[in-house]
Design a protein around this ligand. Structure first.
Ligand code: SAM
Ligand code: SF4
Length: 342
């Protein structure tokens, strides 16, 4: 790994306040110490810690799908074959749902993104403004394919309080259109404008990340990608895509090199994931909203979290029973367990 990029990544996590976590992840999964992770001493220590942490309410993230409409056709995204109703959440419903959750949980971050392009939602600026005004301490993160991020929208966004924006750019010149079905020139223009304006206004936030998922089609372009975007963003992330709990066939470059023991999934404690119709679903891997725990337009968040259905799933995980649909085939399970440390 190039030291220059490692240092950049380090600086980015430091800015995000997550330095401890990045070190834990780095030490346990990328060095010879990884063997320690499967030792009996570690397993005992980790089990005790999960049992303790799972008893406290530590829900920090609310992920809310403001729209599930999309204008792209990314080959590694389940959106292309997703069958559930495609629509946009109204401003009124967004307010009701976020208020329902934030007023009763210790939410620190709201991620306004689901299975769709968030900026196809014409009310997104109003939604962010409303959160800024009513919950000024809450951080807002957004993932976008950049296509709708015109200078006009960027100017509006730079007036708001947003913590982080992820620009999903999954290829370079030759393969970008094949992979995402979008116009690369427009993407470059939009990111350049965002970068220049942010610099001109001397703003530290929103932090930006440019992400690339590695598949066979873009493998040859990784270096080019990093060199090209290196100075246009606070960070760059290159990663191996998920197969959406076994539902999406991906043309991988290589297998995930190191699989740890499977642990209870921290997402069931740390995240509230809400689909475009207000259903509280299991996690972001359940793109068809197969497992619904209740609807936040009708039920109070506490009522849903205290329901037998929700508690049973958490207990199953604590008992190392991962037989629930989606969990049984989830590929995220091995990577995310270290988030219990967070
Ligand atoms: C589902 S998209 C929705 C937001 C927006 N449309 C976008 O592309 O950023 C959210 C993120 O998931 C990523 N994504 C898509 N397919 C993926 C996969 N198979 N594994 C991991 N991440 C994936 C996208 O690149 C994007 O960064
Ligand atoms: S990754 Fe984002 S842009 Fe691409 S199809 Fe999925 S939702 Fe749309």
């Amino acid at each position: 790994m190039n030291l220059k990029y490692l240092f950049k990544e380090y600086k980015y996590y430091k800015k995000l306040g997550g330095l401890k976590n990045i070190f834990v992840k780095f030490i346990f999964s990328k060095t010879p110490l990884k063997k320690v992770v499967n030792s009996s001493f570690y397993n005992k220590y980790y089990s005790n810690m999960i049992n303790k942490k799972s008893k406290k309410s530590n829900t920090k993230f609310l992920q809310i799908e403001n729209t599930n409409l999309c204008n792209a056709t990314c080959v590694m995204c389940p959106h292309v074959s997703m069958k559930r109703k495609k629509t946009t959440m109204s401003f009124e419903d967004f307010k009701k749902i976020t208020k329902n959750v934030i007023d009763h949980e210790k939410i620190k971050v709201v991620i306004i993104t689901g299975f769709g392009e968030p900026f196809l939602d014409k009310t997104i600026v109003d939604k962010i403004k409303w959160l800024n005004q009513n919950y000024p301490d809450i951080k807002i993160d957004i993932y976008t394919n950049v296509s709708m991020l015109t200078p006009k929208i960027t100017d509006k966004l730079l007036e708001l309080k947003i913590h982080k924006i992820n620009f999903s750019v999954n290829g370079t010149e030759k393969v970008y259109n094949k992979i995402m079905g979008l116009d690369y020139e427009k993407t470059k223009e939009h990111i350049n404008y965002f970068y220049e304006q942010k610099k001109k206004l001397n703003k530290k936030f929103p932090l930006t990340n440019i992400s690339l998922m590695i598949i066979k089609d873009n493998e040859a372009e990784i270096k080019k990608f990093i060199n090209f975007w290196n100075n246009k963003s606070d960070s760059i992330m290159v990663y191996i895509p998920s197969d959406w709990a076994g539902k999406k066939k991906i043309d991988y470059v290589s297998e995930i090199p190191f699989k740890k023991k499977r642990w209870p999934c921290p997402a069931l404690w740390q995240f509230i994931t809400v689909d475009v119709e207000g259903n509280l679903i299991m996690c972001c891997r359940d793109y068809e909203s197969i497992i619904k725990f209740g609807n936040l337009l009708k039920n109070n968040i506490k009522e849903i979290k205290n329901s037998n259905k929700f508690k049973d799933l958490q207990q199953k995980h604590l008992d190392f029973n991962f037989s629930t649909p989606v969990c049984s085939t989830c590929d995220n399970a091995y990577d995310s367990s270290l988030n219990w440390f967070n």
